[in-house]
Every structure is written in structure tokens, then in C-alpha cells.
Ligand binder design. Structure first.
Ligand code: SAM
Length: 283
């Protein structure tokens, strides 16, 4: 169904299905008609491409993706939206809607079963209450995907896309950069949604790396990143000592072997610094 971002059309559909928004599921539906075509274009959806969408809502972005991609698999947790999607996507034969929690799904299997032989990308207006867990699952599951194009809260977008080693960076910046090259694409005002959220949003694209930019023991690397940023105002020797439960002397030995000054702050460190610290930690 075209013109789905028209507010009158949305209200009519939702009214006929007796649908009420769930705040707990992060349901803010797009009503700005320029956003979805732009997102779908940016996502890389096209010939030979299969798309996974998370949280299709009433299918406004799904419609655009179905027009561009070979196939779209949309994962929606709210079962009340399944009949709505049946109506709004009725004209497409290249859509599969799955009623599931994306955090519980085996996405490698889903790609194997539904999108084999296609280049796969992910595109979504994410439910904001699970932005980081979803993005980290998509990256940590090591899916055979080329890119992730998602709408997130503006502050989350700025944090994820900040340069590693800058004041604005955090654990999520370092973690995302290990797996992908993030870029902020465009901003979307709160008024583009119904109901309007309290904050503005932004669309980011993560181009998934074929190889990580540093060689490291991943388990130790992410343990160090988490500990380093757990008390970001503290110097690195203090935050690692408490986060990794190691004595100050031990930590200072590790930092010296890794060539990282003990009084540095986590936000100033590079991916190489984190890898060097992880490489000098005992098992
Ligand atoms: N794509 C639609 C749009 O742009 O108008 C809706 C986006 S809305 C921000 C987020 C959607 O994600 C809702 O439809 C919500 O029901 C769904 N959702 C929430 N938690 C989910 C989960 N764990 N797994 C899959 N979908 C989820």
C-alpha cells in the first residue's frame, strides 16, 4: 500500500484494527513521507539484495524496501501488527513477516533459510529501548551482511559515530568500530513520528568490515573496553583495576607493556591501545 506515511491513512488503518500504541515496545511510527524512501535507498536495497527489517510497525519502510529489494524479511514482535501488515503489504510477493523478538532469533539461520545467495543488508527504524543490544547482536553474531542502516536516537547516533579517541566516544563507539565503519547520514525531527518521541533521531549506516581492524583476543578486548569505560572520568589505571579486579601494580605492568600511560582516559585510547592492553592481560 503506497502513501502509508500519510497520517490520515495511518489513523484509519490503526482505528480499523483497534490498535493502540505500546510505549514499552518503542512504537513511534514514521509519518514523514520523505524519510523512508531515503532510508531504503541508503540501505543498499536493490537487485540481488535481501533485506532484514526489524520492527516494521505498519510497514511504511517495508513498502519502500519491497519496491527495491529482491526479498524482505520483516521481524515484528507485536502480534497485533501481523494482520495490519497483511493488509498494508498485500501487493508484494517478496515479503516474509516473522512474528518474533529479534533478540531471540537465530539470524544466521534466518539468512540461510530465507536469503541465501543474496547480498544481505539490514534496515530498520529501531525500537529505542533496545538500540544498543540490537546493534551489538547484529555485529557480534557475525552475520554475512554488508551494511546496517538504522534510525536511532540522535544522542545514540552521535555516540556511535564519534571518532574513536574523541571526547564523545564511549564503549559502544569502540565496540561498533571493531566490527564496522559507522557514519551519520541525516537527522530526523521528533515531529516526523506518531506519537512524537521526546528526542530527535538520526539515521546511521554501519558498513560491516570484512576483517576487524586489529588482531586481538575478542573476549579480552571487550572485557577491557567495558571496564575502561565503566568509570569514564577515572584514569585508565583506576578504571581497569576496579573493572578487572586486578591490583594497581598488576594493571600498571600491563599498561606499561602495552605502551599506554596509566593516567590516560578511556576516551583517548585507540583500537590499537585496547588491543595492546588485552594482549598483555594474563588468562
Ligand atoms: N518501522 C516502523 C516505522 O518506522 O514506522 C515502526 C518503528 S517503531 C520505532 C519500532 C517497531 O519495533 C515497533 O513496531 C515495535 O512493535 C517493534 N519491536 C519492538 N521490540 C521489538 C523486538 N524485540 N523485536 C522485533 N520488533 C520489535
Amino acid at each position: 500500500m503506497r502513501g502509508l506515511s500519510d497520517i490520515g491513512t495511518i489513523k484509519d488503518i490503526l482505528h480499523r484494527h483497534g490498535f493502540t500504541f505500546s510505549k514499552a515496545l518503542g512504537q513511534n511510527f514514521l509519518i514523514n513521507p520523505s524519510v523512508c524512501p531515503r532510508m531504503a535507498e541508503l540501505s543498499g536495497a536493490g537487485e540481488g539484495v535481501g533485506v532484514i527489517e526489524i520492527g516494521p510497525g505498519i510497514g511504511v519502510l517495508t513498502n519502500e524496501l519491497c519496491q527495491l529489494a529482491d526479498k524482505v524479511v520483516a521481524v515484528e514482535l507485536d502480534k497485533r501488527l501481523i494482520p495490519v501488515l497483511g493488509e498494508t503489504l498485500a501487493e508484494y510477493s517478496n515479503i516474509k513477516v516473522i512474528n518474533a523478538d529479534v533478540l531471540e532469533l537465530d539470524l544466521n539461520k534466518l539468512i540461510e533459510d530465507e536469503l541465501s545467495g543474496m547480498e544481505v543488508v539490514i534496515c530498520a527504524n529501531l525500537p529505542y529501548y533496545i538500540t544498543s543490544p540490537v546493534i551489538m547482536k547484529l555485529l557480534e553474531d557475525k552475520l554475512p551482511i554488508a551494511a546496517i542502516t538504522v534510525m536511532v536516537q540522535k544522542e545514540a547516533a552521535q555516540r556511535i559515530c564519534a571518532p574513536v579517541g574523541s571526547r564523545e566516544s564511549g564503549a559502544v563507539t569502540v565496540s561498533v568500530n571493531y566490527y564496522a565503519e559507522p557514519s551519520l547520514q541525516f537527522h530526523v525531527s521528533a515531529g516526523s513520528f506518531m506519537p512524537a518521541p521526546k528526542v530527535d533521531s538520526a539515521v546511521i549506516r554501519l558498513d560491516v568490515r570484512k576483517e576487524p581492524p586489529v588482531k586481538t583476543d575478542e573476549k579480552k578486548f571487550f572485557k577491557v573496553v567495558k571496564a575502561a569505560f565503566s568509570q569514564r572520568r577515572k584514569v585508565i589505571s583506576n578504571s581497569l583495576s576496579s573493572g578487572l579486579k586486578m591490583s594497581k601494580d598488576e594493571i600498571n605492568g600491563v599498561l606499561s607493556a602495552a605502551n599506554v600511560p596509566p593516567n590516560a582516559r578511556a576516551e583517548k585510547l585507540s583500537l590499537n591501545d585496547f588491543a595492546a592492553i588485552a594482549g598483555n592481560l594474563r588468562d
